[in-house]
Design a protein around this ligand. Structure first.
Ligand code: SAM
Ligand code: SF4
Length: 465
């Protein structure tokens, strides 16, 4: 156990990438809080900067190295002002590059992967003692092992104070890593193989969040619906059953989860959508492409027809389910016909929202060795066409909500005075006139209009009987 630091220091965490990194950044802040580090939003005053990096897209490493150039300048400024600055690189770029970062960027004190966050206080203590070494001998602390121990068990639970600052909604990582090995994706290499947290650990963290005022929890995992945690008797529990257990927590009003793989939408999870009001009717279910040739080349392990059948099963269970997806355009070998198949599946499903990307080569993945790489301008043109289609669907989805009344979790003051804002069950932002007293609860709201990326609502006042 490292000694507790008495005086307060400022911690700035810059988070890149997905919600799992947001969750991890919060956990890192929690791990350092007992050691005297308090979060700051002002990097100029920081004593410790952690870059929590993402490796999912091209040039991720170069971007980190150029950011580290800026960190060197910031450190010089801090030192000129009589203070100092320590720098850590965390996340998937740290996992992938490891020693290379330590070698190329001497300004860095610590490099550590996503499985090492609970050891952060020890690393910081070691890095601090290395500070006294001569610059020619000073080396960053590098920790990119996949340790046997369970990092979640060693990470402190979110403190009540920190959680309240985070608001009414919270992320909760239930699963990490991925065994699917899609041929374009680095996740199985940077986050390792699939690990699910035990059921009791998840339930305890959820209860703590609810006790601190959280009403909505989003369960996170690279492949969240592959969740298979053990319960106290050693039995394996899937995500559907976990949703039922979460539904028993008094005060927890909404549960979401992301990101799911179509192959793992099993009957129990679909039944949970049918039976549980707490499970929100919004599902992020990436398909990546509508072409079977591309799906095979991507090693997605399902066809377009199987994906559509899965959607049909989900919609039978929960007819108002809104869907979201991820798409990659310009995967090696993608013909005009393959791309048309993607547009066609988008038309058939009708998405409420979607994320779309130009394929970028990730070194070390099977996709990087494929012939038939697609020209950049072709990718750009396809991406624009796909995004135009999805944007039109999003607009239509918002417009179809006008006239409906839906429960909205009011989370914060609105952009204008006298307004409040929240989220619909379908994850749309909703703004309405109302007093701050509404914040913190779910209210029935009539949707009366739409604006660019949100809905405009009116508080529905309950009629006297
Ligand atoms: N696990 C999820 C799934 O099964 O689809 C997605 C996880 S990944 C972090 C998020 C998205 O990034 C993917 O769905 C994919 O669309 C995109 N992505 C991943 N690797 C990519 C690459 N090499 N080029 C372009 N987009 C990529
Ligand atoms: Fe990457 Fe998702 Fe495929 Fe896993 S399932 S390899 S995280 S895209």
């Amino acid at each position: 156990m490292t000694e507790i630091i008495a005086n307060t220091k400022k911690l700035f965490i810059k988070t890149y990438g997905c919600q799992m990194n947001v969750y991890d950044s919060d956990r890192m802040a929690d791990a350092l809080a007992p050691h005297g580090y308090e979060p700051t939003g002002d990097i100029m005053n920081a004593d410790l900067v952690l870059l929590n990096t993402c490796h999912i897209r091209e040039k991720a490493s170069e971007k980190v190295f150029s950011e580290l150039g800026r960190m060197q300048e910031l450190q010089n400024l801090r030192r000129a002002a009589g203070a100092d600055l320590m720098i850590g690189v965390a996340g998937c770029v740290a996992q992938a590059e490891g020693e290379e970062i330590a070698r190329r960027a001497p300004v860095v004190d610590m490099v550590f992967g996503p499985q090492s966050y609970h050891r952060l206080p020890e690393m910081l203590s070691e890095a601090t003692s290395r500070r006294s070494l001569h610059p020619s001998q000073k080396r960053a602390v590098v920790d990119t092992d996949y340790p046997e121990e369970d990092k979640f068990e060693h990470l402190p639970a979110a403190s009540k104070e920190v959680t309240i600052k985070r608001g009414l909604t919270a992320f909760l990582t239930v699963q990490e890593g991925c065994d699917k090995f899609c041929s374009f994706c680095v996740v199985p290499y940077t986050r390792g193989s699939e690990v699910s947290r035990p059921v009791n650990q998840v339930l305890t963290e959820a209860r703590n969040l609810v006790a601190a005022g959280v009403k909505e929890i989003t369960l996170l995992g690279q492949n969240v619906n592959a969740y298979h945690g053990l319960d106290a008797t050693g039995r394996t529990v899937g995500l559907g059953e976990l949703a039922f257990l979460l539904a028993d927590i008094a005060g927890l009003e909404r549960v979401r989860y992301t990101t799911s793989h179509p192959r793992d939408m099993d009957d129990a999870l679909i039944a949970a959508h049918r039976d549980l009001d707490i499970l929100m009717p919004y599902l992020h279910l990436p398909v990546q492409s509508g072409s079977d040739t591309m799906l095979k080349a991507m090693n997605r392990r399902h066809t377009a027809a199987e994906y559509l059948r899965t959607i049909e099963r989900i919609k039978t269970a929960r007819p108002d389910m809104a869907l979201s997806g991820d798409f990659i355009v310009g995967f090696p070998g993608e013909t005009d016909q393959d791309f048309e198949a993607t547009l066609s599946i988008i038309r058939e499903v009708g998405y409420a929202s979607a994320y779309s990307f130009k394929y970028s080569t990730r070194p070390g993945t099977p996709g990087a060795n494929l012939g038939g790489q697609i020209a950049e301008e072709v990718k750009t043109e396809r991406l624009h066409r796909l995004q135009d289609l999805v944007n039109a669907q999003t607009t239509a989805f918002h417009a179809a909500c006008v006239g409906k009344t839906m429960p909205v979790l009011i989370e914060r003051p609105g952009r204008m005075p006298g307004q409040v804002g929240g989220r619909s069950p379908y994850l749309q932002a909703v703004h309405l006139d109302g007093s701050p007293d509404l914040i913190g609860a779910i209210h029935q709201v009539e949707i009366v209009g739409t604006s660019t990326n949100s809905l405009v609502g009116r508080l529905k006042v309950a009629q006297a009987a």
